[in-house]
Design a protein around this ligand. Structure first.
Ligand code: SF4
Length: 289
């Protein structure tokens, strides 16, 4: 039976993108190919907030659970889902144990209109081989909609691509259909990641072959928007057809509130979609929300 290293598994409201407002189970896998230490920093500078927290965790006083971890205002706001220093907080669970836990945390202990968000870290790293076991578990039978929240750099394996096609087709009973969505948060230079490693239009084009894919850009400054325009041009040139969202930067309320209105105005002015971060005003973006 397959196992997945789980950073978090919780029930909340989806705060971003296409399914904003939909009750959702969040399965946060461990591991990422990026660091995104540039978020919220002056261009070219690196945030050390998460590094300092990791040093405290390993050398001074270990945190016992995710909910105890401090929030950061710069860098990756889900740092503990990929930094090796926090791997002790993320158990390796069998697909049966994950399905059991999901049924415990959704109301009525069965799927109704809830959707499953598989997030990270980067959920399309090695775990692609483990998802079929989980999704084939009888307790996952009532699930209709899945979103992969990805940074858009990981190709689908041929086996997983075929599995997703079959999963979608098998749920079409005339009343309901199943849907797969790829919410692609492509990383602009403000993240600190390199353009040539982060903007991979051919990878995202491939997601469109098995589901709906959309792009979501985190914007803090005018320069970020110029970068987003450039990236959108590259995705469109490769044939990408999906929607594009602009989303304000800000894992904490003080930062988010600084530019959400500006980003909404930019989206309107340019015929793009605006994505809020409902989890920030609703739940203060705490771990487990
Ligand atoms: S891709 Fe996402 S999870 Fe990975 S470091 Fe960047 S913001 Fe964090």
């Amino acid at each position: 039976m397959s196992k997945i290293k789980i950073a978090e598994l919780f029930y909340s409201i989806q705060g971003e993108g296409r399914y904003m407002g939909v009750p959702s189970v969040f399965l946060r896998t461990f591991g990422c190919n990026f660091k995104c230490a540039g978020f919220g920093m002056p261009r070219g500078e690196t945030s050390f907030e998460a590094v300092d927290i990791a040093a405290k965790h390993t050398m001074i006083e270990p945190f016992q659970k995710y909910e105890d971890l401090p929030l950061v205002s710069t860098g990756c706001d889900s740092y503990a889902s990929w930094m090796p220093e926090f791997k002790d907080l993320s158990p390796m669970l069998t697909s049966d144990a994950i399905a059991d836990r999901i049924c415990e945390i959704i109301p009525h202990n069965e799927w109704r209109d809830e959707h499953l968000v598989i997030t990270g870290g980067e959920p399309l790293l090695g775990w692609q081989r483990a998802y079929p076991d989980l999704l084939d578990n009888p307790k996952m039978g009532g699930l209709r909609e899945i979103t992969f929240e990805t940074n858009g750099t990981q190709k689908l394996t041929p086996e997983f691509k075929e599995y997703l096609r079959q999963w979608t087709a098998s749920g079409n009973d005339g009343l309901w259909t199943r849907e797969i969505t790829f919410s692609v948060s492509a990383k602009l230079p403000c993240s600190g990641e390199k353009w040539e490693e982060a903007i991979l239009p051919e990878v995202v084009r491939e997601y469109e072959q098995v589901g709906t894919a959309y792009l979501k850009f985190v914007i803090a400054t005018e320069q970020d928007f110029k970068d987003a325009e450039c990236a959108i041009g590259a995705y469109r040139a490769a044939g990408f057809k999906g929607h594009v969202y602009l989303m304000p930067v800000g894992g904490v309320e003080s930062v988010y509130a600084l530019n959400n209105r500006t980003v909404a105005d930019l989206a309107m002015k340019n015929g793009l979609r605006y994505s809020d971060r409902l989890q920030v005003p609703l739940f203060k973006n705490e771990w487990g929300t």
